[in-house]
Write a new protein. Structure first.
Length: 512
């Protein structure tokens, strides 16, 4: 902790008039509480955003604790004089406090509750270790991952400690004499900004500081990249809030090695696409990426849903026992996947399938004017999925017509449909069970074949649009459906299943 090794302001200035080391005989500094006007004149431009926060920092308390630490350890010359002047005493300022130091801190930088002071000191120990300060060996990737996870564990749930952590890391990026330490400090800043935001006021200062460094003319190129990444990460985390779950080991490693992780998103017809994510990826980010992959140009009415399905035995016997949960745009993909894992672990007795599903969250009046082929296809898949589940109660005529249209979409027009090996399975697949049991099987077959044979001049697209049109005109058409969770019902007063349907006309309950 000598002066040369711990520069708060770069090279030491020549000694002042009061002795060889520029200190008073008792080694103390004079603390003069600055006013915003005097502060703004003396403070460097990158710290300008900290001026309104002067009351959040405990400059005097930090100085006193630091002096105590220096005296007890016999270290002198911890602080470096930043200017030569006739004054007998040097003022210790916020600028001094927010400069790199290689020695542990004796107290927090910010005014925090007493019970968080010792935790704040421990955070700084982890930061020093991560940076490799005074470490003879190069710190391994595995060790870095463990240290980052430790910081997350202690700060994710406590906003005061998050602010303290960001203040400490930003301190270690200022006037840092060692490039490798500086890179590690910025790396840590990026990792923390990717998983949690500071509070609003500290966030404003931090964004301004990081922006200044990212766009500084003399900034090191590697630091610039990390500062720009940090700036983008801050914008996202400030909007989405802190991660709920501590980011998994592979998420930390992926960010450290500039890799992306992948996961699967399903569509309602059981097809799927692979998307990329990192610890900062939100549902909104994933929707945007997925829309790009499938070339869906109009996607504001689509979102990701969590689909949960309890399977008894090796496969599900009951169709339609999925539960769809709408997801907030700001929910993190990493948190969702963590929740899926813990939900499966909790349901040891039953097999719980959890997956991400992409579908419309609302059908709108304006949908009819959209001609994007993927938009029409996804709308069709969703209405078909809900119709086959029995969510659209229809009469026999509509049911026969809708079944014929679905078969045409599936296989096109053929002259002798009954000779098609798939014909019977298609009939059974596209006719909802609740409707099928209201009539003899052969009657359904004859009715549907006669309707299908009248569709010779329809294309698959025509059939798809007619199917959409018929369901759209129903009073409960173009609904988004949710299964209603049942409370305990020992006497059996409640219906077996209740489906909630929401469309532009209102909310409906279907008792099944």
């Amino acid at each position: 902790g000598s002066a040369a090794a711990t520069p708060l302001h770069g090279p030491a200035a020549p000694a002042g008039a009061n002795g060889a080391d520029g200190y008073d005989s008792d080694g103390s500094y004079n603390f003069a509480p600055p006013t915003p006007s005097t502060l703004s004149m003396s403070i460097p431009p990158e710290l300008a955003g900290a001026i309104p926060l002067i009351d959040r920092f405990q400059v005097e308390g930090f100085l006193k604790a630091m002096q105590k630490q220096i005296q007890s350890s016999g270290k002198r010359g911890f602080f470096i004089k930043k200017s030569v002047g006739p004054q007998v005493r040097e003022k210790f300022t916020l600028e001094d406090m927010l400069c790199f130091q290689k020695d542990p801190i004796p107290t927090s930088l910010l005014k925090v509750p007493n019970d968080l002071v010792s935790r704040s000191i421990k955070l700084f120990h982890v930061i020093l270790k991560y940076m490799g300060v005074d470490s003879p060996a190069i710190i391994s990737l595995e060790e870095r991952i463990e240290l980052v996870a430790k910081l997350y564990k202690h700060t994710l749930k406590r906003s005061e400690l998050r602010d303290e952590l960001f203040a400490q890391i930003s301190k270690q990026t200022r006037n840092n004499p060692d490039r490798s330490w500086l890179i590690r400090a910025w790396e840590l800043m990026y990792l923390c900004a990717s998983s949690m935001p500071p509070s609003k006021d500290i966030g404003a200062y931090l964004s301004e500081y990081v922006h200044y460094i990212a766009h500084g003319a003399t900034t090191d190129s590697d630091v610039r990249v990390l500062a720009l990444n940090t700036l983008n990460a801050l914008k996202r985390s400030v909007k989405a809030g802190p991660r709920v779950a501590i980011p998994a080991r592979e998420e930390i490693e992926a960010l450290l090695t500039s890799r992306k992780l992948t996961t699967i998103v399903f569509f309602l017809d059981e097809t799927f696409e692979e998307i990329t994510y990192d610890m900062a990826t939100t549902v909104a980010d994933a929707v945007e990426e997925l829309a790009g992959i499938i070339k869906l140009s109009v996607y504001s009415s689509f979102s990701l849903f969590e689909c949960r399905k309890i399977v008894n035995g090796s496969k599900s016997s009951e169709v339609g026992n999925e539960e769809y949960i709408g997801l907030d745009d700001n929910k993190y993909i990493g948190d969702l996947l963590s929740e899926f894992k813990s939900a499966k672990d909790r349901n040891k007795g039953e097999i719980l399938h959890c997956k991400l599903v992409f579908k419309k969250r609302l059908f709108r009046e304006s949908d009819e004017a959209v001609t994007d082929p993927m938009f029409v296809q996804l709308s069709y898949v969703q209405l078909q999925h809900d119709y086959i589940l029995g969510n659209y109660p229809v009469g026999r005529d509509d049911a026969a017509q809708l079944t014929a249209l679905q078969i045409l979409v599936e296989i096109g027009f053929i002259d002798n449909p009954e000779s098609c090996v798939e014909w019977i399975s298609l009939l059974e697949r596209f006719l909802p069970r609740q409707v099928a049991i209201t009539r003899a099987k052969r009657d359904w077959e004859l009715d549907i074949i006669s309707r299908y044979q009248l569709m010779e001049h329809l294309s698959k697209d025509d059939a798809r649009n007619q199917f959409l049109r018929i369901l759209r005109t129903l009073p409960y058409g173009n609904s988004v459906f949710f299964s209603v969770r049942k409370i305990d019902d020992p006497i059996g007063l409640l219906p077996g299943r209740i489906i909630l349907g929401i469309n532009k006309r209102g909310v409906r309950y279907f008792f099944l």
